[in-house]
Design a binder for this molecule. Structure first.
Ligand SMILES: Cc1cc2nc3c(=O)[nH]c(=O)nc-3n(C[C@H](O)[C@H](O)[C@H](O)COP(=O)(O)O)c2cc1C
Length: 227
């Protein structure tokens, strides 16, 4: 295991979207998840439920969701809107830039709708990662518990990075929650919150080396009461 500081793990983590097929030992996943379980949560509620998939189980989930998308023509009842209906700048602009940077690295032109759709569909195979994680929580949970899930996701991503693994967080699975629940045998009470692709990143893939910009502190931080 490498010995990355938290700062190093945070600054070197990037979303990876092409993976090597090298398997990830279950023992390593257990270690990551046991440590991620140390994440803070409001009232120590620990609302996360975690499905960890590889091999046939992963293929079955991917097949079920891809089949659903094809049969329904993409019609679905998402768990929640991925973005607000109207998103003003700078958020709207940041979202647009994020996509442009990614499609440029993939060599996909702005007007090549078909290739863009095909790239989006790769979400539903965990971008070829050997391990896929689905995070869910009970439906009665509220917005504070969504924060807990986000903190838990970040823990998984940084712990993976520390162990030489890469990840991609995914909201995509929440767009088609019905077939996800069906494939995993989860009842309707379980809300699909996110996915995480996890594995060893493929080298020499420009899309894995994106430099997604970040806003300046002065854009969003207000220090108060300092001399
Ligand atoms: C909650 C969340 C959901 C995301 N969903 C997706 C997704 O469905 N598909 C995808 O390719 N990337 C997804 N991303 C990755 C973001 O696009 C990425 O984090 C952002 O562009 C910043 O790039 P970086 O992770 O490489 O620093 C998601 C990230 C987060 C935090």
């Amino acid at each position: 295991m490498s010995h990355l500081s938290v700062t190093e793990a945070l600054t070197t983590r990037k979303s990876v979207r092409v993976f090597d097929d090298k398997p990830v030992p279950q023992s390593l996943l257990r270690e990551i998840l046991a440590l991620a379980g140390r994440s803070a949560s409001g009232g120590n509620v620990q609302p996360w439920k975690v499905d960890v998939l590889t091999g046939d189980a992963l293929k079955q989930l991917a097949g079920t969701v891809q089949g659903f998308i094809q049969n329904s023509g993409g019609k679905t009842e998402p768990e929640f809107p991925t973005y607000p209906n109207k998103m003003a700048d700078p958020y709207h602009e940041r979202r647009g830039t994020c996509g442009e940077v990614m499609y440029e690295a993939l060599g996909i032109a702005r007007d090549d709708k078909m290739k863009r759709i095909m790239q989006t569909m790769k979400n539903y195979d965990f971008f070829g990662a050997p391990v896929g994680i689905i995070l869910s929580m009970e439906r009665e949970m509220g917005q504070p518990q969504c924060l807990d899930i986000g903190i838990y996701m970040q823990s998984i991503m940084l712990l993976a990075k520390e162990r030489g693994l890469d990840t991609c967080p995914q909201v995509s699975w929440t767009v088609f929650p019905q077939p996800v629940r069906e494939a995993l045998g989860l009842d309707d009470n379980m809300k699909i919150m996110a996915g995480i692709c996890l594995g060893y990143k493929a080298e020499d893939q420009p899309v894995n080396e994106l430099s997604q910009a970040r806003a300046e502190l002065s854009d969003y931080v207000t220090f108060r009461g300092f001399e």
